[in-house]
Write a protein that binds this ligand. Structure first.
Ligand SMILES: [Zn+2]
Length: 214
C-alpha cells in the first residue's frame, strides 16, 4: 500500500521555485518593514497592567505581588490614568473600564452584564507565586485586556511586606499607595515590543518570564 508522502518543513524548503523564493523574501522584507514601523510608532496599549513587587524578590522562591489595571494615560508616570476594575464573577473576570460606570456608584460588566456595587469590585489582585506562575498570570490578564496593554513592573522597597500588599488588594481599600519615593522603576514592557517579540511564534508566557528575569 502506498503511504502518502510526508511533507515536512525540509521538503517544502527543497521544492520552492525561484519565483516562490523571491516571493518569500519579499514577504520577509514586508514583515521587517512592519516591525520597523511598529518600533518607530507611538503605539501604546489601551490599558496598563502594573505588577507591584518587592525589590528583594527571590528568583527561586514564590514571591508576593499586586496586579493593578488602569487605562493608559499619555504618560508612564501614571498621569491621566483611570482605574480599571475586574468583574467579581469568577467565571467572568472581565475588565470593567471607566465607561462601565453607572449612576449611584455601580458598574455594569460589558461581558456578563451583571451590575456590581463599586464597594464589591476591585482592580487589585494579590498573589504569592513562583516566577513561572507569575508569567502565566501576566499572560492570562494581558489576554483578558484584549492583548491591548503595556506591562509594567514597579519594585517597592523592602519595607512593604506581604501584609501591606494584601491589605491594598482589599476591595474597600481601593487605591494603591503608589508614592514614587517607595518605588524603583518602573520596568516597562511596551505593547509594541510584546507584539514584535511574539511575532516569530515565541509564547507570550516565555516573553513575560524573560521580562520578569531581566
Ligand atoms: Zn462580568
Amino acid at each position: 500500500m502506498n503511504q502518502p508522502k510526508q511533507v515536512t518543513a525540509d521538503t517544502i524548503e527543497k521544492t520552492l521555485s525561484v519565483e516562490e523564493e523571491a516571493n518569500l523574501e519579499k514577504a520577509k522584507e514586508a514583515v521587517d518593514r512592519f516591525h520597523q514601523a511598529l518600533m518607530d510608532s507611538k503605539l501604546t496599549g489601551m490599558y496598563k497592567m502594573e505588577l507591584h513587587l518587592h525589590e528583594d524578590r527571590s528568583r527561586t522562591r514564590p514571591y508576593g505581588g499586586l496586579l493593578v489595571f488602569t487605562t493608559s494615560g499619555t504618560k508612564l508616570d501614571g498621569e491621566g490614568d483611570e482605574k480599571v476594575y475586574i468583574c467579581p464573577d469568577d467565571k467572568c473576570e472581565s475588565p470593567l473600564p471607566p465607561a462601565s460606570r453607572l449612576f449611584g456608584g455601580r458598574l455594569v460588566c460589558p461581558n456578563c452584564e451583571m451590575v456590581w456595587d463599586e464597594k464589591r469590585v476591585t482592580g487589585e489582585i494579590y498573589f504569592k507565586l513562583p516566577e513561572r506562575k507569575w508569567a502565566q498570570v501576566l499572560e492570562k490578564w494581558f489576554l483578558k485586556l484584549s492583548g491591548n496593554a503595556d506591562v509594567l513592573v514597579k519594585q517597592h522597597k523592602a519595607q512593604l511586606r506581604d501584609k501591606t500588599f494584601q491589605e491594598l488588594a482589599k476591595p474597600s481599600e481601593g487605591v494603591l499607595v503608589n508614592s514614587a519615593r517607595n518605588v524603583r522603576g518602573p520596568l516597562v514592557y511596551p505593547l509594541k515590543h510584546i507584539i514584535k517579540d511574539t511575532a516569530n511564534g515565541s509564547s507570550l508566557q516565555d516573553r513575560f518570564l524573560a521580562f520578569l528575569r531581566a
